[in-house]
Design a protein around this ligand. Structure first.
Ligand SMILES: Cc1cc2nc3c(=O)[nH]c(=O)nc-3n(C[C@H](O)[C@H](O)[C@H](O)COP(=O)(O)O)c2cc1C
Ligand code: SF4
Length: 438
């Protein structure tokens, strides 16, 4: 497993290779908690303005500007305010947050503390999926260390700022990574998403103002305070500041967690050189899902020779999205119908069942996939899959519906041959007609 920075100095990965990198001692020896001290000497607005200037965008999937999210929290609200770290990391192909928590837990604590100070919050939570129990043990030990050293608890570093952080595990449901479902789960209810608006910044945990941020978003905050928002932004691009972690899995020689500057200028080079090239030398690149499974799948023609930029804007131009930054690389041996069926099993299983389009739609999609895979494919099935996706996308209560539809829509349209071979009358080509439009 490779864990390294390419095209930039390691920032997120600065400490992860050090022996005992998870301890307070090593963290402090390498500059840890200096940003918290600096932040305590700043005003709340100054901190939020630095984060705005950094162009940091949420690393959990949606890419929402972090500074703007923080500025939505009402300053004059008499209610308790909360900082919640979304450490659910349930997106398929995504495993960066676990490395940060395992090897650099104090960076997360420091990021949460700076956020809490900026927002006037006394309580924070780190919410992980149930399978990450071992990380909770690491985080709890780090929280104890931070508390003993005066970084956490009452009157932090002698100031009038007090903040406590608690860890909490879910039971492993994908939907509990969606921020409002996470908050329901944290309150002890079933993890159903909630209506937005009101957004969590106004009415979140216990109906109080709450900022929910991803692990990687929060671990970037001490870096921004240390070097200043503008400098951090300039590591990336105007609209996508800083550096970003990418989890790379699949048919490459060097899977792992890579830190790249935002706007890294060639997706093809990243896969075929930086990640060691295709796992089997004699096999060609066929497909990549670059943002965890909940984004459009790209075919090789969209990547090879296209210089796709790795940032929020570049990947949209290239035909997909940054999402959670989980690169799933597939070579020519992969049957895209089979792999899309596999993803549909996941979304059907993880649909929380709250709203009809997603609950019924994912079930129908899987039934069709199963029939097609078992030899009962009909020529109209490709179009049928697309029609069902149309009835889920944009019509579901939360973004899981879109997430279930996007991989299928793009797979059917960008890999028509992989579907066509399963259909009985191969002279009928509705898939090809659709592909022309995409
Ligand atoms: C089905 C679903 C699952 C999600 N899972 C995660 C997750 O595991 N981790 C995460 O940080 N965000 C996840 N998100 C995104 C969150 O809803 C939210 O946008 C994010 O936590 C906000 O933090 P950020 O602004 O720092 O990205 C998920 C969203 C959806 C719709
Ligand atoms: S879209 Fe799916 S996961 Fe989201 S509320 Fe509806 S049923 Fe639940």
């Amino acid at each position: 497993m490779e864990i390294k920075a390419i095209g930039c100095e390691p920032l997120q990965l600065k400490r992860v290779h050090l022996e005992n990198s998870h301890t307070l001692k090593v963290y402090q020896e390498n500059g840890g908690y200096a940003s918290l001290r600096k932040a305590l000497g700043m005003t709340r607005d100054e901190i939020i303005n630095e984060v705005k200037a950094s162009a940091l965008r949420g690393r959990g999937g949606a890419g929402f500007p972090t500074g703007m999210k923080w500025s939505f929290v009402p300053k004059d609200s008499p209610k308790q305010k909360y900082v919640v770290c979304n450490a659910d990391e349930s997106e398929p192909g995504t495993f960066k947050d676990r490395y940060l928590m395992e090897r650099d837990p104090h960076a997360l604590i420091e990021g949460m503390l700076i956020a809490a100070f900026a927002l006037g919050s006394e309580t924070g939570y780190i919410y992980t999926r149930g399978e990450y129990k071992y990380l909770i043990d690491i985080m709890d030990k780090a929280l104890d260390e931070a508390r003993s050293a005066g970084f956490l608890g009452k009157n932090i570093l002698g100031s009038d700022f007090s903040h406590e952080i608690y860890t909490h595990t879910g039971a492993g449901a994908y939907i509990c990574g969606e921020e409002t479902a996470l908050l329901s789960s944290l309150e002890g209810y079933r993890g159903h998403p909630r209506m937005k608006p009101p957004f969590p910044a106004i009415e979140g945990l216990y109906a109080s103002p709450t900022v929910v941020n991803n692990v990687e978003t929060l671990t970037a905050v001490p870096q921004i305070i240390e070097m200043g928002g503008e400098t951090w932004r300039n590591l990336g691009t105007e609209k996508s500041g800083g550096t970003k972690l990418w989890s790379v899995s699949g048919h490459v020689k060097k899977p792992g967690v890579y830190e790249l500057p935002m706007g890294y200028d060639d997706m093809e080079k990243f896969i075929l050189e930086d990640c060691g090239g295709m796992l089997r030398d004699d096999k060609k690149l066929k497909a990549v899902i670059p943002g965890g499974s909940s984004v459009y799948i790209m075919n090789a023609e969209q990547i090879i020779g296209k210089k796709v930029l790795l940032d929020y804007e570049g990947l949209v131009v290239g035909g997909s999205m940054v999402g959670s930054g989980g690169f799933i690389v597939m070579d020519e041996t992969v049957d895209i119908m089979e792999s899309t069926k596999n993803l549909t099993e996941f979304y059907k299983h993880e649909s929380c069942g709250w709203c009809t389009p997603c609950r019924e739609g994912t079930d129908w999609l899987l039934k069709i996939f199963n029939r097609v895979a078992s030899g009962g494919g009909q020529p109209e099935d490709a179009q049928l899959l697309l029609d069902i996706c149309d009835n889920i996308e944009g019509k579901s209560f939360c973004p899981l519906g879109d997430a279930a539809a996007w991989p299928i829509q793009s797979a059917v349209k960008r890999f028509p041959e992989d579907f066509k071979k399963y259909l009985l009358r191969q002279d009928v080509a509705p898939v090809e007609a659709e592909a022309q439009k995409f």
